[in-house]
Design a protein around this ligand. Structure first.
Ligand code: FAD
Length: 499
């Protein structure tokens, strides 16, 4: 059994991707494999990436993270939703909340009940039928597994955190679990001339780090996948026009302490606001085809809530993904594998699923071809499904006030996205392909939130009378309101995170 187990795994880079890989693999593989991570303090990390989605809790649990220590050490806050402003049209505001919306009635999906309610004038805004969104708007939070006396689930949450502090936190845990860290700048990646496999990293000081399998977590540098193996990059700029970001932290001000990320659309991109315990992270993601860096900086500075603590950091990127994410004896994770802009906070999640998929098909020194094929299929699918969801936010708009919005509104879009939009528009039908990340509930909130109201609903909903629908919706709304009324004020909750 397993005579060909790999002895040594090398992680190239120590940002979020590197240390997430180190902590989880060392915990779950124990001492069956030695792990060494190489990183360079002089190069540093990208230094952004602060909003997450709820599956991060699964990652933290598997990694053995203590939630209270994590909240304290990473200056984290709670995230219940993302608020989108000005996306469907200027002045619009809607929430994409985590968790569920409403509850199906027998076999009738909730959105069909809701759509009947809308068409008959007895339904309120969609967010009123979401516990998360009701709590987000009321600025209240407590951990809550379920709503007492009902079959309804409780609150679903993720975090905003300081990514640099998260990497340090995971580093401490990894080192306690036996991971060794090597400081130094990698100047060369050596490849076996016969097999094409990576064999050794050569550092500036002449030191060498050999391994059987390598995880490229070197960020935008993509030292192994791009610079050494030359794995092609598929560029998605035709649909995702934004290719630049400016990031700036600001001092905390009381009104910015909200339990959700804000995403505010501007003339040629959008701005994020991510409130942490000690500061707020802000950024402007934009397309340099439609706005200059100077203008984009001004837009960002004009829309801050606190005082800037630094000069804006400028980041260039190309949206897209490597054609293969496992090649030879290497896997790429994080920015080394690709990047989709952070509109729905999916990059850290893609690292998480990359690691968990790798663990499912963990390599050996022998033949890995079938595992590699499956890993590449799955990861490419995850990337493409997220890409389509992000494109939806741009394409589904009434905005034509700038050349940027005119362009995205009228551009051609991928087939899967076209079909999903057409299906919803025709009958309110939503579907999820192959366990893609975003469920029907996510699609529902964005599609309705940005103005796509179906022409019809499923006739099954007509088995309910208008009065039934009205009472059902009112009942749900009252339960959520009453439940939220008993939660703690969110700013008070955040104070408890610091200890
Ligand atoms: C503008 C922007 C906003 C983002 N916002 C979010 C968000 O809200 N939510 C989210 O989930 N994700 C977000 N992301 C993505 C997130 O930042 C990254 O997915 C995450 O930080 C992982 O980065 P990384 O570890 O791949 O790269 P990095 O953090 O850049 O780490 C790279 C590592 O490789 C090392 N390295 C590189 N070259 C060498 C070398 N030659 N020798 C030795 N070491 C080397 C570096 O020292 C570093 O340790 C955002 C990204 C950008 C660009």
């Amino acid at each position: 059994m397993n005579e060909q187990s790999i002895d040594k795994l090398v992680i190239v880079g120590g940002g979020t991707a590197g240390w997430m890989s180190a902590v989880l693999i060392s915990r779950l593989m124990g001492d069956t494999v030695k792990i060494e991570l190489v990183e360079s303090d002089a190069i540093g990390t990208v230094g952004v990436g602060e909003a997450t989605i709820p599956p991060i809790q699964v990652f933290n649990d598997l990694a053995g993270v203590d939630e209270q220590a994590f909240l304290r050490d990473t200056k984290a806050t709670i995230k219940l939703a993302i608020e989108f402003q000005n996306w469907g049209k200027i002045g619009d505001r809607y929430l994409h909340g985590f968790g569920y919306i409403g509850r199906k009635v027998g076999a009738i999906p909730f959105q069909q009940v809701y759509l009947k309610g809308l068409s008959e004038g007895v339904a309120g805004p969609l967010s009123e039928y979401s516990l998360n969104n009701t709590a987000a708007r009321a600025n209240r939070f407590n951990r809550l597994a379920g709503i007492e006396g009902t079959p309804l689930a409780g609150i679903s949450y993720a975090y905003h955190f300081d990514a640099g502090l998260y990497a340090q936190f995971l580093r401490r845990m990894s080192e306690q679990q036996g991971v060794t860290r090597r400081e130094g700048r990698i100047k060369e990646v050596r490849v076996d001339p016969e097999s094409g496999d990576v064999t050794v990293l050569v550092l500036d000081d002449g030191g060498e780090v050999a391994g059987d399998f390598f995880i490229d977590c070197s960020g935008f540098n993509s030292l192994v996948f791009n610079k050494t193996l030359g794995v092609a990059f598929e560029d998605w700029s035709e649909w995702l026009l934004c290719n630049r970001a400016l990031a700036v932290p600001t001092s905390s001000v009381p009104q910015s302490l909200r339990p959700y990320t804000q995403s505010i659309a501007h003339g040629a991109g959008w701005q994020w606001r991510i409130p942490l315990q000690h500061r707020t992270g802000n950024g402007h993601v934009f397309s340099d085809r439609f706005i200059s860096e100077d203008e984009a900086t001004q837009v960002l500075l004009d829309n801050l809530e606190g005082e800037p603590l630094k000069d804006p950091l400028s980041i260039h990127f190309t949206p897209g993904c490597r054609e293969k994410l496992w090649h030879r004896n290497c896997v790429a994770l994080g920015l080394a594998s690709g990047f989709i802009e952070p509109l729905e906070s999916t990059s850290i999640h893609l690292i998480q699923i990359g690691i968990s998929n790798l663990l499912k098909v963990f390599p050996t020194k022998g033949d890995n071809a079938a595992r590699q094929r499956e890993y590449n299929r799955r990861m490419r699918y995850e990337y493409e499904a997220i890409r389509d969801f992000i494109i939806l936010h741009y394409h589904l708009t009434e905005r034509e006030d700038t050349p940027f919005w005119k362009h995205v509104k009228h551009m051609d879009i991928p087939e899967n996205l076209k079909n999903k939009m057409a299906s919803f528009a025709e009958s309110g039908h939503l579907y999820r392909i192959d366990e893609e990340l975003f469920t029907e509930i996510g699609w529902l909130q964005v599609m309705l939130g940005q103005g796509l109201v179906p022409r019809q609903y499923n006739p099954m909903a007509d088995t309910l009378s208008t009065t039934d629908v009205k009472e059902y919706l009112q009942n749900l709304r009252s339960i959520f309101k009453a439940t939220v009324g008993k939660l703690q004020s969110y700013p008070e909750f955040v104070k408890t995170c610091a200890s």
